[in-house]
Design a binder for this molecule. Sequence first.
Ligand code: CMC
Length: 428
Amino acid sequence: MSELAKIELDGKVYEFPVVVGTENEKAIDISKLRDTTGYITLDTGYKNTGATKSSITFLDGEEGILHYRGYSIEELAEKATFLEVAYLLLNGELPTQSELDSFGSSIKKHTLVHEDMKRFFEAYPAKAHPMGVLSSMICSLSTFYPESLDPHRSKEMKELTMHRLLAKMPTLAAWAYKNSIRHPFMYPNNDYDYCSNFLHMMYAMPTEEYKVDPVVAAALNKLLILHADHEQNCSTSTVRIVGSSQANLYATISAGISALWGPLHGGANQEVIEMLEQIHNDGGDVDKWVAKAKDKEDPFRLMGFGHRVYKNFDPRAKIIKKACDDVLEKMGINDPMLAIAKRLEQVALEDEYFKARNLYPNVDFYSGIIYKAIGIPTEMFTVMFAIGRLPGWISQWKEMTENKEPIGRPRQIYTGYTSRSFVEITKR
Ligand code: CMC
């Protein structure tokens, strides 16, 4: 017989099933709690709440483990291509060569965006943050494909929308950048692989030949894989919640992009590099900034430090730190920000404040240094995260719809006024 959890309320004992995952994670299934007891659970920030059962990503924050569909992030980052990982996340298995070929050619078929969309870009100011542009453009795709408005219209339509998104996201992202520097847009070149094509659209110019540097393409491939999914984080939960209302997939992903933008989530990668530059320009006194981060009166936090689930180390940070050394060495770059980052990490890791709170560098701590080395402008860092996270968002949405999950609708404990009478304006 499976384990039961007992809860005693108002002198009565209630039993609830215990759910155990394949990696032995345990949960108390309280889905009948309110119906049977009249109580709800209260868990702001969902720190203890399992919102779904999922077979996509497993992570163990204490042990620093991250798996996509059972494969370790270390192995995938070393051996796979981003499209292979996207296929794996979406379909549950690594593709055979012919499956990958047909997936890849379907993506290539959809890399262009409707010419009318180019006109939208003209209306944005040059200073527009590319995350705002990307989120709007992705939502705007829904207006060009009205047949996608019902996300459950058919299996084929669902797949087409997923492929369109994967194909057009790099194009729209690169155009957001080109627009910000008022350079002409470069059309996708389908002779390239996914990462090289993005680099081509970012850096090629109609006036001169551009050759993709394989070191840069390989670094990008690795970074995108590391970001591809991370189970029920803020933006993914947003995607699941928005998607649960049966909003179309473009609108749903656009909401995920907006959630990712925040500095406590994907926006941290831009904040990290800005913080390192600030420390550098301020003379590089790392101790001073660590002290600021510890000071409760000071709002400053060490960006790129700490994580909601990793309490030992973030396995992605470990891979990125090594990749950072490799990429900078291969490219012959000596970035003083890397030296500051390493000193900061060392000082923080030895400090009682950070040790007591299990605060370690997260995925964003070193990623910005690589992005900077490969020529990605700072404001585009979070856009890069979004390109990487896209297959994860789509896979989580797909899983949710296949499992026919109900609309997401948390409850609350009301703490406002109890019922009172309206007071005329003259008597207030
Ligand atoms: N610098 C200084 N103190 C910190 C930091 C930090 N970066 N992060 C957490 N703390 C302290 C915090 O003040 C609190 O201290 P106390 O217990 O004395 O009040 C304690 O550590 C716990 O912090 P929390 O904010 O309650 O923890 P959380 O799990 O709610 O937040 C976090 C996790 C990632 C939002 C937070 O660590 C943070 O703000 N980090 C900086 C932003 C960042 O790097 N975000 C990227 C996350 S990884 C990319 C992604 O997947 O989104």
